[in-house]
Design a protein around this ligand. Structure first.
Ligand SMILES: [Fe+2]
Length: 445
């Protein structure tokens, strides 16, 4: 999710949906999906105090209260105002405060100043959510087939949009809490020090050269940037069976990887020096050992977990250090098509990568979905024939196709039913606050 702004990634939506059903259960099914996703957002906020909802720790981060309101604005703007006769916003100024980047939907408040907005209060934001939920519920419940045909794709888009913001809510509150010397705990989680350790040497699976279909096949929901589906030649390659672990990344650090320019892209070398990076985001060395801030508090780095909170620059430098490289998004998609969508997702409430198991499963790909987003070496650009849709929703994805890289697979903050093999997330190469990780690829040996 990118984000020309953070949220852009998040808002990569420009979507198309063909997720239409018919039959007597259509209304009930849509209502159930709508309320499930809205309720899950609220449940993620369990345990937060009003003070937590307001902080904006950097320009990429949005306050929790803003996420709650912006996702509500999305349903209000693109559904209620267009399809609910007589609907009037109770507070019209919310349209200015909670529009993110949709120029066609009107002016908007500055993104980097969202943390200065103390009103509406958290309670008022929650009331705004409840009010819009009630109106959407009534609209869907009373809709005839013709109206349902019009609003269902938009409700489904709003649901997927909200899931993107759920992920941002989690990663943003992590960044907020990480600024606090008290290291607040978002969710408690048992220590996993006795977890099985990942096998020392990662293995690779070989793929033959082939011409393959890339992109979404049109069955079910997809964002517009996943199409048009097209044929692509994928040369022979090998893909690592699992993501890079913290232990492996520590070896790169200890080999002075952060201070050896031969591994770094020029822009990456400038960034690592400007920012004085010496390790992934949230890592600190204490008395000779690496610790990291997690949503369960400040903890020793577990060497068998997937490394995360690394930028594209760090991922690329690490790959160069090993003699391998990052996969292209086409290699990744080809390999992922045969993988089940199972893993560590936000519903599992770990809010952190899980330790990788030892050997035994080294003959198949592990963790392609969930756990950490995997950087690819593919620039985020349009597929052949892609055109952004007209209107505000056409701004969801297409306008961010510049200076960003594609990530695949979802993370421990992604919903299980939000991810798919063709899903294209995207971020600028210096971003580190999402759960971003590394899977290596290499050319035929
Ligand atoms: Fe958004």
């Amino acid at each position: 999710m990118s984000l020309a702004s953070t949220e852009a990634a998040t808002d990569t939506v420009a979507a198309k949906t063909t997720d239409l059903r018919s039959g007597s259960g259509r209304v009930e099914g849509l209502l159930a999906r709508f309320h499930q996703v809205r309720d899950f957002t609220n449940s993620l906020c369990t345990g937060l105090e009003p003070e937590d909802y307001v902080v904006q720790s950097m320009s990429d981060v949005s306050p929790t209260k803003w996420h709650l309101s912006h996702t509500t604005w999305f349903f209000e703007t693109f559904i209620l105002k267009k399809f609910s006769p007589g609907y009037r916003s109770e507070i019209p100024q919310y349209a200015y405060l909670f529009n993110s980047y949709y120029n066609a939907a009107g002016d908007m408040h500055r993104r980097d100043l969202r943390g200065l907005i103390s009103r509406p209060t958290v309670k008022e934001a929650q009331r705004y959510r409840a009010s819009v939920d009630s109106h959407i519920d009534n609209l869907i419940s009373d809709a005839d087939e013709k109206l349902l045909d019009e609003i269902e794709p938009l409700v489904v888009l709003g649901i997927h949009h909200e899931q993107q913001h759920q992920e941002l809510l989690v990663t943003d509150i992590k960044h907020v809490f990480a600024q606090n010397p008290l290291y607040p705990v978002f969710r408690g989680r048992p220590r996993t020090s006795d977890a099985p350790k990942a096998s020392k040497d990662g293995r690779y699976i070989d793929f033959d050269e082939t011409t393959t279909e890339i992109g979404h096949d049109g069955r079910g929901f997809a964002y517009d940037n996943e199409g048009p589906r097209h044929r692509a030649l994928v040369s022979a390659f090998s893909l690592a069976t699992r993501p890079v672990t913290n232990g492996e990344f520590i070896a790169f650090i200890e080999d002075n990887g952060y201070t050896r320019p031969e591994f770094w892209l020029s822009l990456g070398w400038m960034t690592v020096n400007d920012q004085r990076w010496q390790a992934p985001l949230y890592w600190t060395k204490r008395e000779g050992a690496w610790w990291n801030f997690t949503l369960s508090g400040f903890r020793p780095v577990d060497e068998s977990e997937s490394v995360t909170h690394v930028s594209y620059f760090e991922a690329d430098a690490y790959a160069n250090w090993t003699g391998a490289r990052l996969p292209t998004e086409f290699e990744w998609e080809r390999a992922a098509l045969d993988c089940p969508i199972e893993g560590n997702f936000v519903e599992d409430e770990n809010f952190h990568p899980l330790a990788l198991a030892t050997s035994g499963n080294d003959r198949r790909l592990q963790r392609m979905f969930g756990d950490v987003w995997e950087w690819t070496r593919s620039a985020y650009s349009p597929y052949p024939g892609y055109r952004a849709a007209p209107g505000a929703l056409g701004e969801y994805n297409g306008k961010f196709m510049c200076n960003q890289y594609v990530l695949r697979g979802g993370s421990c903050a992604t919903s299980r039913n939000h991810i798919r093999p063709t899903y294209r997330n995207f971020f600028q190469p210096e971003k580190r606050w999402q759960f971003t990780g590394i899977r290596l690829a290499r050319d035929p040996q």
